[in-house]
Design a protein around this ligand. Structure first.
Ligand code: ATP
Length: 254
């Protein structure tokens, strides 16, 4: 049911809102089947960079970009790219879970129904598989027809992860996926991130540096739209090369 994961190559990528630059000539590679964290002070461009990876930035009318981002060697901003298909391959989970006001089952199969898939047996299979993959199956298997809005915040977040996984993405982008959750739900999401990287490429924006240190293999530190440092997470947190990175992770700035 899964698709093989994928890697990004970001080359000289700049993003503007109107004439104001939000990202300036970012170049970095995001490896497959690893967790890459984007950290940095508020307004430094983390979410803009994340949204650039599946062209969600284009939903902001005033935005435009320069440079290129490749997904497995394919230029994602090329005119030939089907944006809906790109967003299927590169799924996204937001800070606050937004389940649809429908049953748990219908939330998971939503994307498949949009694709026109109707076979009940196939949908049933995907629901079980995606909820298992999102570590929610055991908690909801006896009430799949109940409203998703009855779930706790942490369960809702795992449900929207299941919904994202159901359309078989290669990449999951996560924008502060645990920031609205209590410590136990946060722990469950972090555990889930660990498990998912066996099959998916994950990119996560987080304000929580302990979280980046716990879940990420690679960490990128951004400031004022620039990529200041990008390295193995361990290196960033124990022996950063740049003074700005050190100031940020030690709490002297940001
Ligand atoms: N839709 C938009 N229109 C205009 N400017 C925007 C828009 N979205 C973001 N910006 C600006 O782009 C810059 C980067 O914003 P972005 O949200 O990417 O930063 P961030 O690092 O994710 O911030 P935070 O940690 O506060 O969420 C900021 O100066 C912000 O004001």
């Amino acid at each position: 049911m899964k698709s093989p994961s994928a890697s990004f190559n970001i080359r000289d990528f700049s993003l503007f809102y109107g004439t104001t630059p939000a990202l300036q000539q970012i170049s970095m590679e995001i490896p497959r089947q690893q967790v890459t964290a984007l950290i940095g002070p508020s307004g430094c461009g983390k979410t803009s960079l994340l949204r650039a990876l599946n062209r969600m930035n284009e939903l902001v009318e005033s935005s435009h970009h320069q440079g290129e981002i490749e997904l497995d060697g394919q230029a994602i901003y090329s005119a030939q790219v089907d944006v809906a298909e790109l967003r299927r391959r590169v799924g996204m989970v937001f800070q606050k879970p937004h389940p649809f006001p429908k049953s748990i089952y219908e939330n998971v199969v939503f994307g498949l129904r949009v694709q026109g898939i109707q076979k009940k047996r196939l949908l049933d299979e995907v629901v079980e598989w995606a909820l298992q993959a999102a570590a929610l199956w055991d908690e909801v298997k006896d009430r799949l027809d109940r409203s998703a809005l009855e779930l706790s915040g942490g369960q809702q977040q795992r449900l929207v992860i299941a919904r994202a996984l159901a359309v078989r993405p290669q990449v999951l982008l996560m924008d502060e996926p645990a920031s609205s959750l209590d410590p136990l739900s946060t722990f469950k999401i972090e555990e889930l991130i660990h498990q998912l990287k066996a099959d998916y490429t994950l990119v996560i924006v987080t304000h929580n540096m302990q979280q980046a240190a716990r879940v990420a293999d690679r960490t990128a530190f951004l400031d004022q739209g620039c990529l200041i440092e990008y390295d193995d997470t361990n290196q960033i947190f124990t022996n950063p090369r740049q003074q700005e990175t050190e100031d940020y992770i030690t709490g002297r700035y940001g």
